[in-house]
Design a protein around this ligand. Sequence first.
Ligand SMILES: [Zn+2]
Length: 342
Amino acid sequence: MIFAFDKISKKWRFLLLVICTMLLLIIGAAFKLSNSSQVIAQTQATNTQTNAAVYHFKIGKFNAMTVSDGNLKIAPSFFLPNADPAEVENSLYESFLPTNSDYLFYVNVLYIDTGEHKVLIDSGAGTAFGDTAGFLAQNLQAAGIDPKSIDTVLITHAHGDHIGGLISANGNLTYPNAEYYISQAEWDFWTDPQVSLPNSLVDDKTKQSVIQGAQQTLNLIKNKIKFFEFGSEIIPGIIATETSGHTPGHTSYSIASEQNKLIATGDIFYSDPLNLEHPDWEVAFDTDFEQGLATRTNFLNEVSESRVELLVPHMPFPGLGHVSAEADRYAWTPSWWKFDPA
Ligand SMILES: [Zn+2]
């Protein structure tokens, strides 16, 4: 049928024109709205993006990466229950850190490809610490490392933020083809059915959850565990060193290749400025805070003397830097960020 426009009266022509104009206006408004929604969606997507979660570097001929597992937010009063709150606040203020919110603990995990072995030192928190951490496996994959290709996991200690990531959310081993190394002292302490934490400053509920988390995870990897002697070379270039105090079998790992050396410290110290400016403040997470303090002081003196580079799990990403000794405290100098890892 052909539409006979000239047969319509003037009145109806005018009405038709008004209807068409309104329709055009409505379509135009809807199009504009749709574009605005896209802009909002894009902005939201941008806001949920994160910065780089891996940092490539070399230790001699070994290729290494710090891989972020996320972060943990913990109240300073929980972390340092015996420290004067005004002094803690002042220390944070002097370091330009927020004083009215939880302290941010990074979770940096070291990955090393020695050419012969693909090694992880600890595994991040997995599902043990809420939704701000537990991203190690996906960040490894994003960096092109298949979790199945990891053949060696070296454990510093059995706290949940270091071994929680060994088990995935569905209860399977995240690194199924790895051998897991832990000190005999650490293993014996946590797997003892009578284990308790009498010299730790955390509350009883936290103690129970720490013990339960350690026992559950260690039980799931028990068939793949290997022990070592302190001071021995576990794989070529990596030596285990006893640094007990934070936990009874706490271990640090020295990685050396050619003339380069790095120490993966584990939790000998955790925070700048709180631990380094006030090394005598008792840390709640230490299984034995007196032994923890003695180990921390000895270690900080040693590494400030030897000037060795450190990888510290809970320091700002990527956790690489040096410690220097000052009159009555220590200072942290982050390693220079490099574009080229070579
Ligand atoms: Zn930790």
